[in-house]
Every structure is written in C-alpha cells, then in structure tokens.
Design a protein around this ligand. Structure first.
Ligand code: FES
Length: 188
C-alpha cells in the first residue's frame, strides 16, 4: 500500500522532488512500523499513567458558595472547567427543548448526575476551535440561549451547555465527575 503511494505521485514541477522524497520516507516509516509493532505494544503499556498520577490529575472543588444562577471557572488538567448552579428556570428552559432541535442531542439529565440536575459541570473549551466561552463569570454575556457564548466565532450554547448556534459542532464536554459530598465535587 505504501509503495502504491510512491508510484501514484505525479511528477510535475520543481516542488515535486521534495514531495516525492516525503512519500518515500513515509513508505520507509510504514514498513518499519510493521516490524516495530510487536515492540511498540509493551512500550505503550509502560507509558500509561499510573493510578497515582491519574489521581493527582483530578480536581476537587468546593461548590458550597455557588448560588443558583452563578457559575465558577476552575481548572482541570490545565484546562478551564465551568461549574454552574442552574436556577429552576434554566433547568425548565433546557428541558423544554425537543431533542430534534439539537445539533448534538442530549438531555440535561444525561449531562448531569441523578437528583442534581442543577449542577452543570462542563469543560470551558469551545468545541469549534477551543476558545474559552463567556458566561461563567459575573456579568459575562451568555449568548442567545442563556448558557455560554464563544466570542471567537459566535457559537451559542444553551443552559445545558448544548450547542445551539454558530460553528461549534458539539456540546461543551462534560468531564468525568462525582460528588464526594453535598458540597464537594471531584472532577476526573
Ligand atoms: S472557537 Fe468557539 S466559535 Fe470558534
């Protein structure tokens, strides 16, 4: 298959010498890759993070001071994470949207923990090109759907942080999390 790529490369003008060499290099790497597979597997398993490294990369957040209608920005594995305490009105707004209207269909219940619909925890990373959306900070614009607004290219997320408008393809990601008590959430 790699040899095919070399043969099919058209030779047209000056730049093609370089391109052709690149294909030859790719072919050589692919061939080496097959032979190297057996040794790669144990190498990869050695590289997997140990349990204590994983534990160190989780984040515990005290949520006791976050009032309904408020949100905070925290950090999880060096990326922003939003913790939001939804009001009953925001919950109702999220629940009344038919899934058929959603680009990335998910209910609020699927994005939160049972019995804690009000605690919406998402990454603060726009699913378009990774900007940090507005809406978690005091007084920040929340966009047309009352959730988050990404100022980079105008994506709007609703009160369940689901994408509703703009170029972002997916809802804000919900990380792994659990409540370790009524007032502490552990992310990761
Ligand atoms: S990065 Fe958010 S809309 Fe483009």
């Amino acid at each position: 298959m790699a040899e095919q790529a070399v043969t099919d490369t058209p030779v047209t003008d000056a730049g093609d010498g370089v391109r052709r060499r690149d294909f030859i290099n790719i072919a050589a790497v692919s061939a080496a890759g097959i032979g190297g597979l057996a040794t790669l597997v144990p190498l990869i398993s050695q590289m997997a993070p140990s349990a204590d490294v994983l534990a160190a990369s989780s984040t515990e957040i005290d949520i006791s001071a976050i009032k309904p209608g408020q949100a905070i920005k925290a950090e999880f594995r060096k990326q922003p994470v939003f913790v939001r305490n939804l009001t009953p009105k925001e919950i109702a707004e999220a629940e009344k949207v038919p899934l058929s209207e959603l680009r990335d269909p998910q209910t609020l219940a699927e994005r939160t923990k049972e019995g804690k619909l009000n605690w919406l925890i998402t990454m603060g990373v726009c699913t378009h090109l990774g900007c940090v959306p507005l809406g978690a900070g005091e007084g920040e614009v929340k966009g047309d759907f009352g959730g988050y607004f990404c100022p980079c290219h105008g994506s709007s997320y609703d009160t369940a942080a689901r994408i509703r408008k703009g170029p972002a393809p997916l809802n804000l990601e919900v990380p792994e999390f659990e409540f370790t008590s009524d007032t502490v959430v552990k992310i990761g």
